[in-house]
Design a protein around this ligand. Structure first.
Ligand code: GUN
Length: 285
């Protein structure tokens, strides 16, 4: 039996279309529409491609954007100063600094400089703390998108065994918290987990966020499981491939996300939602 495909592109399109309607009515009322400021440093091709995707989505939804492209050798001081300008600019609702940054720049200091109420990535320590305390906050985009994809299957998260492979601050840790909030029994596995297969085979929901191509194979999956592939790995011939070996996994899983067309588009849709909600908070809506 072949797994059902979770169509992240279709789900994300639905979300963006709803936002587009809301932004249109804001515009019709003659009000300022939501605006996202994006900062990119250097010319990492993957980062450039992600930023292009984000700006395209801003345009699709009818929101505004500001793009700041800085050279690879920009000083940390200069970058912090420019973030300060966006913080103070009342026409800017959300600020996103594309990661990773060049090695001479301290990423923590950059994230700390973003006003928490404009931190649409949800990376600022204040948002991270509020997430773990169960308070209102910006939820990081990829984890939020993963939850929506799981919910799109119509299956209940409550009571399920969820295994997250990977423990990054951007994906592994926050998605584990979101699954816990929905009453899954959550395990976080990682590169030092002995007998990873024994752990993943217990998963009704398996989230693969390792960053290495094809490490999750069909024999590591519980029959019927929901498999979410967060990996975006570029192969030698320039194609994108996930952390899950799709061919073998799709013969065992009940549901599976493709790469591309799974988690990636959802991350962008959630960024649009966060930008809209930043605007709502600023505009007293
Ligand atoms: N680099 C990889 N993922 C992300 C993300 O979600 N946001 C930003 N700003 N940079 C990233």
């Amino acid at each position: 039996m072949m797994a059902n495909i979770i169509d992240g592109k279709a789900v994300s399109l639905g979300i963006k279309e709803k936002l587009k309607e809301r932004v249109e009515s804001v515009r019709e009322e003659g009000e300022r529409v939501p605006c996202l400021a994006v900062i990119i440093v250097g010319d990492n091709p993957a980062s450039r491609s992600y930023v292009r995707g984000k700006l395209k989505a801003v345009e699709f939804t009818g929101m505004e954007s500001r793009l700041l492209e800085l050279p690879e050798d920009v000083s940390e001081e200069k970058l912090l100063q420019l973030i300060g300008c966006f913080n103070e600019n009342s026409d800017v609702d959300g600020i996103l600094v594309q990661l990773p940054l060049p090695r001479h720049i301290n990423e923590d200091r950059v994230i700390d400089a973003i006003l928490p109420r404009k931190d649409v990535d949800g990376f600022h320590p204040q948002n991270v703390a509020n997430l773990w305390l169960g308070r209102k906050c910006f939820v990081p985009c990829t984890p939020q998108g993963i939850i929506k994809l799981i919910e799109s299957t119509g299956e209940n998260i409550e009571g399920k065994r969820a295994v997250v492979v990977g423990r990054s601050n951007i994906v592994g840790k926050p998605v584990a918290k979101l699954l816990l909030d929905r009453n899954a029994t959550v395990t976080v596995a990682h590169s030092r987990t002995p007998d990873l297969k024994a752990v993943t085979r217990e998963a009704d929901i398996l989230v693969a966020a390792v960053g290495r191509p094809g490490v999750i194979t069909g024999d590591m999956i519980k029959p019927g499981a929901i498999v979410i592939d967060v990996g975006i790995n570029r192969t030698d011939d320039g194609h994108l491939t996930g952390d899950v070996d799709f061919a073998s996994a799709s013969e065992v899983a009940g549901w599976i996300t493709p790469v591309p067309g799974g988690v990636g588009p959802m991350t962008i849709a959630m960024l649009m939602e966060n930008t809209y909600s930043a605007w709502c908070a600023i505009s007293d809506r």
